[in-house]
Ligand binder design. Structure first.
Ligand code: ZN
Length: 77
């Protein structure tokens, strides 16, 4: 896995606060991609693409509350 982390300018986090964040992206040669955005307050938005082409997108508030958790199993590109 190859990972990179970049700083993200202040924007609205899932909880409604305006926070800076860090975006961490990892991928491998076979098509696996983890793209995670973590805000300073602790909120997270994650996008994970799996080897079978499915995509999971989750939004979790800093207190642990899951605001969205979608999994697409029929992603055909
Ligand atoms: Zn938050």
């Amino acid at each position: 896995m190859v990972g990179t982390t970049i700083h993200v300018a202040r924007q609205r986090a899932p909880c409604g606060r305006f926070e800076e964040g860090r975006r961490h992206r990892e991928s491998d040669a076979a098509g696996l991609v983890f793209d995670d955005l973590t805000y300073a307050c602790g909120c997270r938005r994650t996008r994970h693409e799996f080897h079978d082409g499915s995509v999971r997108i989750a939004t979790v508030q800093h207190d642990g509350k899951v605001l969205a958790d979608e999994h697409s199993a029929d992603h055909e590109g």
